[in-house]
Design a protein around this ligand. Structure first.
Ligand code: URA
Ligand code: CA
Length: 436
């Protein structure tokens, strides 16, 4: 088999077989096939697409390129969740303790922030002492004992994705449905869980701006998961404003803890978290219906058991579990600046990715992989889309340490919020559930 024949076939609109896909993935990972030929192939895939069979073959070939985590030592059904990435999107820190408090098992590997989106590992590291790096043995031991653990990906989890992602990033081939689906699902499959619940974001803070594209991505990923015997479901959810009020690492941990403390009765972050957790419990077989799951989850919240599970995980991973009771133990920024409305009206739209960028400017995210993040800084939103705003009323708090970029961040933030005379129509929070 020759890589030139494979490139030619895809360039001319042909369909690649499983052997051809294995050949180029294995050859790329082993170093036998150079970047320039894979770049050409990626561009041919971008133009001509892959059919569902090719997409499944790609995903499995990628999943098999490195470690395959074996969770069979943990008794019961293991459930995972994944978000395609958003702003103020802290569902993992709410969902995982909730599911564990209802008897579910969650062995989760998470990632770091990417561009304007936050990452669970960065958020967890804002908890004093918390260690995201654990050996596989310890990870399995923690989940067996308390039902939950969140760690960083092992170094050799899907090396094909690390290499392909870096190449896609510089060859303008990120935004292809099969390549995105393969990238995400190869990591989920290699991580070993039996149940996978996906939160596919759509809107101006997401990878997929329009709902139809997000639904198609959701369908592709659900088909891949189910085709290899993982019970997979996706919710397509709104990302046209930060999901929670907090944007920034310790601030998002604070909001997640406050939800688990029962401080909020409403809110989009809590609602999406419950929707994801309900589906995880149903697919795990813990309950039969989402309604039963909802009752169980509410009870886990009201009793404090879910908050207790978060504390257990923090303790097992060398962090200070007292943060779940005393939020002042989280890092706090030196200065809080209030941003007030300059006119009255309705908050009619928010440019969500830009709000993520403003938080990055304060130091909450990275522009390069090696950049440090400041756990304490970020933005706390005081208004939601559709809210009425008086002139002089608080729109947001900026939590600041280094003041270098603050003026720019505030000025860009103001421009990212549109205040107008007409109240916008309320959007759906969950657009669609995609089941296998
Ligand atoms: N997230 C991933 O992990 N991979 C992609 O290709 C896009 C988003
Ligand atoms: Ca403090």
């Amino acid at each position: 088999m020759r890589i030139t024949d494979i490139i030619l076939k895809k360039r001319n609109g042909g369909t690649l077989g499983k052997e051809e896909i294995d050949f180029f993935i294995n050859g790329y990972v082993s170093g036998e096939i150079p970047d320039y030929q894979i770049s050409a192939l990626l561009m041919a895939i971008w133009f001509n697409g892959m059919n569902p069979e090719e997409t499944v073959a790609l995903t499995l070939s990628m999943a098999g390129s490195g470690d395959q985590v074996d969770l069979s030592a943990i008794p019961g059904v293991k459930a995972d969740k994944h978000s395609t990435g958003g702003v103020g999107d802290t569902t993992t820190l709410v969902v995982v303790p909730l599911v564990a408090a209802c008897g579910g098992k969650v062995a989760k590997m998470s990632g770091r922030g990417l561009g304007h989106t936050g990452g669970t590992l960065d958020k967890l590291e804002s908890i004093p002492g918390f260690e995201v790096n654990q050996t596989m043995e310890r990870f399995i031991e923690i989940v067996s004992e308390i039902g939950l653990s969140i760690i960083g990906q092992t170094a050799n989890l899907v090396p094909a994705d690390k290499m392909l992602y870096a190449l896609r990033d510089v060859t303008m081939t990120i935004d292809n449905l099969s390549l995105i689906a393969g990238s995400i699902m190869s990591k989920k499959i290699a991580s070993g869980s039996d149940v996978i619940v996906l939160d596919v974001k759509t809107g101006n803070g997401a990878f997929m701006q329009d709902v139809d594209a997000a639904v198609n991505l959701a369908k592709a990923m659900v088909a891949i998961g189910n085709s290899v015997g993982r019970k997979t479901l996706a919710l397509v959810t709104d990302m046209n404003q930060p999901l929670g009020n907090a944007v920034g690492n310790a601030l998002e941990v604070r909001e997640a803890i406050e939800i688990l403390q029962g401080k909020y009765k409403k809110g989009e972050l809590k609602a999406v978290s419950f929707a994801l957790a309900e589906n995880m419990l149903v697919l795990s077989g813990t309950v039969r219906t989402k309604e039963e799951a909802g009752v169980l989850l509410q009870e886990a919240l009201d009793s404090g058991r879910a908050l207790g599970k978060l504390g257990d995980m923090i303790e097992m991973q060398n962090g200070n579990p007292a943060v779940t009771e005393d939020l002042s133990l989280l890092p706090e920024a030196g200065k809080v600046i209030t941003v007030k409305a300059e006119q009255q009206g309705f908050l009619s739209s928010l440019r969500t990715a830009e709000i993520g960028h403003c938080s990055m400017l304060l130091g909450a995210g990275r522009t390069k992989k090696s950049d440090p993040v400041d756990p304490a800084v970020g933005i706390w939103m005081k208004k939601r889309e559709g809210d009425q705003v008086e002139k002089g009323e608080e729109l947001a708090e900026f939590h600041v340490n280094d003041e270098k970029n603050v003026d720019e961040a505030i000025s860009r933030f103001r421009k990212a919020l549109k205040i107008s005379d007409v109240q916008p129509e309320k959007r759906p929070l969950v657009y669609q559930a995609v089941e296998g």
